[in-house]
Design a protein around this ligand. Structure first.
Ligand SMILES: Cc1ncc(COP(=O)(O)O)c(C=O)c1O
Length: 666
């Protein structure tokens, strides 16, 4: 959902906002934080030219806040500033030195002070670390959906943890209540009536990000970026970012797009209503840092006149963006971006795939886009399950990429477009086809096809499974023309390019086979694409809802938030444009229901994608059976379905064991 903010203004930065946020204070925060051992400054700005080409924009630069701090996120800029300012206000006339405070030189005096805050992870961790450095005590209130590993990271910094049963907003209320009861000080990143000074100081800390970016921008030149995408929870981060750009560039400021989870869209809804309000959905999201139900009124004062567009994205799009960055797709540097960190890229990807949305935002081949990766793997186990690789593996891949990029090249070839290995000759295709890694992949693709036949998911000799070669050279493995899926063996699988030209293998391929597959690989960044006309899922593409209801059976809930619908059947996909239209309709989701046609299931790995395909058909079968009774259906609420979906996404061992069993038996 894209919403154009009717209140956005392109005029000089208003004086009324200068009181709240200005670059002078951002610079002061930067000077103070230079004395804190938990901060690295500046963080890198990473060009992503491969991704820019893929998404059809001129340039993408990613400010990488995953390296801001051992605390894992940009939030390390806000809490310490607010805490320093508050402590200094407690001792008027003493002008306590921020460097001395951060070094713990006043710890003895501060030992009885208690600060408290609610958090969905990152702010609380930053506050706990800052309190420990200064020497005061800290209580952190967590809501029901904050993971155990996030809790452990905060507790390890010496904070006392309080759990509440509700969501983020409930934890904010509980923190305020405890503070009143015990005389503690709330140091929150969100504002509410009568509580503004501290969240303002938090936001001023975040503006350090832009201050660093502007260091490298030409003094009198135009803004280096035409579009800035910023993800939001309560709005403090985007308020800090957009105000700093607005102040510096005035009427020539870039266009601002704020990205939120679609079920935690409190800012989009505030824009609609014209005042801060609640989200329209159940709030809970895989993007834990953005799962906020109420806008910060203080942040809203800045956002309402500044933000051009608000965009809601599905959890599936964020997970896909996280994987894209981890894999260093399209030849770009691999980046460690957590679920909330990747949300800006998710927004850009969704918009780039939506011709009308892109046009409305003026996003085209001339656009230079700035994204922020606001966190690293702040919940490492969840990160590994979502991305399919550990944080450590991504760090190592990044280090390898960086040292390869730094090595002198003598062939004049651009590092970001360079293809791995020797030139693309027939010999190379043949060699790669026979290599051990590709032979394993061929064997797995053949297993998936035979399993699909065994499970009743095949139709004649039609439809295809494809998987991209791991070297990301735009080559794919595909099933051959004219063979039943039940008879396909590893040696029957064919190596093709994106146009469906056979590069290696003994069989022909269906000329149109790659139209849907190539577009989904390219536009959605998916490694494995399975397209079937499997009966029960296809049956649900024929009914008014066009897809399965992910709040009915437990099997269906694993797909909650991961399904896109293409309701516009246009006949057979006989050319690339129809494939691209379908890929765009996928909106970054793993599962696409193609109206009057069939389904597409995608994934980063064959075993995970096949497991999804199989359970999708099982879930659709259950729904068709239940509907066929004519008796009333009993769905669960969306929040529960989302929770089950996350539980299943976070536990992929079953998928791997299932595929292992298929390898043994088929
Ligand atoms: C990683 C990450 N990114 C973005 C945000 C959004 O910040 P805000 O709530 O200030 O809008 C958060 C908030 O916790 C976060 O943790």
């Amino acid at each position: 959902m894209l919403f154009a903010n009717p209140h956005a203004r392109h005029e000089p930065y208003p004086d009324a906002l200068r009181e709240l946020l200005d670059l002078e204070r951002a610079r002061e925060c930067r000077r103070w934080l230079a004395h804190w051992d938990q901060i690295a400054s500046p963080t890198p700005l990473r060009p992503l030219p491969g991704l820019a080409r893929r998404l059809g924009v001129g340039a993408i630069d990613l400010k990488d806040e995953s390296l801001r701090s051992p605390l894992g996120s940009f939030k390390a800029l806000g809490a310490p500033v607010a805490l320093l300012r508050w402590v200094r206000r407690q001792y008027p006339g003493r002008d306590l030195d921020p460097a001395a405070l951060l070094a713990g030189r006043h710890a003895a005096e501060l030992a009885e002070l208690v600060v408290i805050s609610a958090t969905d992870g990152n702010h609380g961790r930053a506050l706990a670390a800052a309190a420990r450095s200064l020497g005061c005590r800290c209580v952190i209130v967590l809501h029901a959906h904050v993971s155990k590993e996030r809790e452990a990271a905060i507790a390890a910094l010496g904070a006392r943890i309080v759990r509440v049963a509700g969501d983020y907003d409930e934890s904010v209320r509980e923190a305020a209540r405890l503070a009143r009861e015990h005389g503690w000080q709330v140091v929150s990143d969100t504002s509410y009536e009568g509580y503004e000074a501290i969240p303002r100081d938090v936001m001023q800390g975040y503006a350090v990000i832009v201050d660093e970016l502007l260091d490298a921008a030409p003094a009198d030149g135009p803004c280096p970026w035409t579009h800035v995408f910023v993800q939001a929870g309560v709005g403090g981060l985007p308020a800090a970012i957009v105000s700093a750009f607005w102040e510096r560039y005035g009427v020539a400021r870039p266009l601002f797009v704020v990205v939120e989870p679609e079920q935690a869209d409190c800012l989009l809804q505030s824009a609609r209503l014209g005042r801060p309000t609640r989200a329209s959905g159940p709030v809970d999201s895989v993007m834990a840092g953005l799962a906020c139900g109420e806008a910060s009124p203080l942040a809203w004062r800045v956002l309402q006149p500044a933000v051009d567009f608000f965009l809601g994205v599905a959890d599936a799009a964020a997970v896909q963006a996280l994987r894209t960055l981890a894999a260093g797709e399209a030849g770009d540097v691999p980046v460690l971006a957590g679920e909330s960190g990747a949300a800006g890229l998710a927004g850009l990807t969704v918009l780039a795939a939506d011709a009308d949305g892109a046009r409305r935002c003026g996003l085209d081949a001339r656009s230079r886009v700035l994204l922020l990766n606001t966190e690293g793997a702040t919940a490492p186990a969840l990160y590994a399950s979502l991305s399919g690789r550990s944080a450590e593996a991504v760090r190592k891949a990044q280090a390898r990429w960086t040292s390869a990029a730094a090595a002198p090249r003598h062939d004049g070839e651009d590092r970001t477009t360079a293809r791995a290995g020797p030139p693309m000759t027939a010999e190379r295709h043949e060699q790669d086809y026979r290599s051990e890694a590709v032979a394993r992949l061929r064997a797995d693709l053949a297993i998936a096809l035979r399993a699909a036949a065994h499970h009743g998911l095949a139709e004649g000799v039609c439809n295809h499974f494809s998987v991209e070669l791991p070297d990301r050279t735009g080559r794919f493995l595909l099933n051959p023309r004219g063979l039943l899926w039940s008879e396909v063996r590893a040696d029957d699988v064919v190596l093709v390019d994106a146009a469906g030209n056979r590069l290696a293998g003994r069989h022909e391929v269906e000329p149109t086979a790659m139209f849907i597959h190539a577009a989904i690989h390219r536009l959605c960044g998916q490694a494995c694409v399975l397209h079937t006309h499997m009966p029960y899922a296809s049956a649900l593409t024929l009914i008014a809802e066009r897809a399965l209801d992910t709040t009915l059976s437990q099997n269906a809930m694993r797909f909650h938030g991961r399904v896109a619908v293409d309701a516009h059947y246009h006949g057979l996909a006989l050319d690339a444009s129809e494939g691209e239209r379908i890929a765009r309709a996928m909106q970054g989701a793993d599962v696409g229901f193609l109206g009057n046609h069939g389904v597409v299931v995608c994934g980063a790995r064959i075993d995970h994608a096949y497991d999804d395909l199989y359970y999708l058909e099982r879930a659709c079968a259950a729904e068709v059976l239940a509907r066929s009774t004519g008796w009333p259906l009993v769905p669960v609420n969306a929040a529960l379905a989302a929770q089950v979906g996350r539980q299943m996404q976070g536990e992929r061992l079953q998928s791997e064991l299932f595929f292992e069993a298929l390898r043994r038996t088929l």
